[in-house]
Design a protein around this ligand. Structure first.
Ligand code: MEV
Length: 307
């Protein structure tokens, strides 16, 4: 029996534009998933999700709509072994909001299964397996989410290549609209209008903001990071991936004097983030607007074996 853990994540800059080859910046957060893998005598994969109160099964190979089943299948392919595998998931990453919970589960699953069957793992294999699993979630993932959940810290990601940023731990407040976001639908929405020159303009500008943000993060220039978050949010709004609820929360955070605020992830619902020294004030302001709100820390470790 092996347990591996992986962090949730936040896209700080560059969501959507990263799907079109622009640079994004993502950071691992202090919310994690633990995945325990065991060998079974059966010839299938059995998954128990403690948080969702759900147990389901899948085949050792072949079609599946469950990313975690795909992650186990791809890990088995990598080891060349065909064993029944039991997976138990215990997570404190909010699900379906834009914190990468499904990619984190896939990353921890891949690491646990590889370690169980071949006693070691290469993080690059873990990242590749989790990317395969992400494809089950939405057809055209950029790869940023599985990459940050694997390697942790704060990274730039562009066309499959990552670079670490020596950033300090940022104190961010997350505001959750409570409205489920649908990554596939939002990625499709951008794609539908991709021929519109205004879309190309917004995507290009989001990429340019990421380059400036890389420098601001490395220089630990909090004011500039905040300003760039605001600019990034404005271009995401132009792309059509914000929502009235996200706009309300972003405005409320800014009114308290936050350095910057933006939606994060696919948008359309889900969460926003605010960079602030006065987290409690921002949390109160977001809660007054009906959101759930809490503090997170950035720059946390990537996948690891817990035992
Ligand atoms: C989702 O967290 C980030 C998106 O850019 C999609 C992706 O990168 O695959 C919207």
């Amino acid at each position: 029996m092996i347990t591996a853990s992986a962090p949730g994540m936040i896209v700080l800059f560059g969501e959507h534009a990263v799907v079109y080859g622009e640079m994004a910046i993502a950071t691992a957060i202090n919310k994690r998933v633990n995945v325990t893998a065991t060998e079974l005598d059966t010839r299938n994969i059995v998954v128990e999700s403690k948080n969702m109160g759900r147990t389901f099964e899948g085949p050792l190979y072949g079609e599946t709509t469950e990313p975690v089943i795909r992650a186990v299948q791809a890990a088995l392919e990598k080891t060349g072994k065909r064993r029944g595998i039991g997976i138990s998931i215990d997570s404190n990453i909010p699900v379906g909001v834009g914190m990468g919970s499904s990619a984190s589960v896939s990353v921890a699953t891949a690491a646990a299964v590889l370690k169980l069957l071949q006693d070691d793992f290469d993080p690059i294999d873990v990242c590749t397996i989790a990317y395969e699993a992400e494809k089950v979630v939405h057809g055209n993932p950029s790869g940023v989410v599985n990459t940050i959940a694997t390697f942790g810290g704060t990274i730039t990601f562009k066309q499959g290549t990552l670079e670490g940023i020596d950033s300090k731990v940022l104190s961010l407040v997350v505001g959750n609209t409570g409205i489920p976001r649908n990554t596939t639908a939002m990625v499709e929405k951008v794609k539908e209008h991709i021929e519109d020159p205004r879309m190309a303009h917004s995507l290009f500008n989001i990429g340019a903001i990421s380059w400036k943000a890389k420098e601001a993060l490395a220089n630990k220039n909090i004011e500039e990071i905040g300003q760039l978050m605001d600019k990034n949010h404005a271009f995401l709004r132009d792309l059509g991936v914000s929502s009235p609820e996200l706009e309300t929360l972003v405005k409320a955070a800014k009114k308290t004097g936050a350095y910057g605020a933006k939606l994060t992830g696919a948008g359309g619902g889900g969460i926003m983030i605010a960079l602030t020294d006065t987290a409690q004030e921002v949390i109160t302001a977001l809660k007054e607007k009906g959101a759930t709100a809490f503090k997170i820390k950035t720059n946390q470790p990537g996948v690891k074996i817990e035992g």
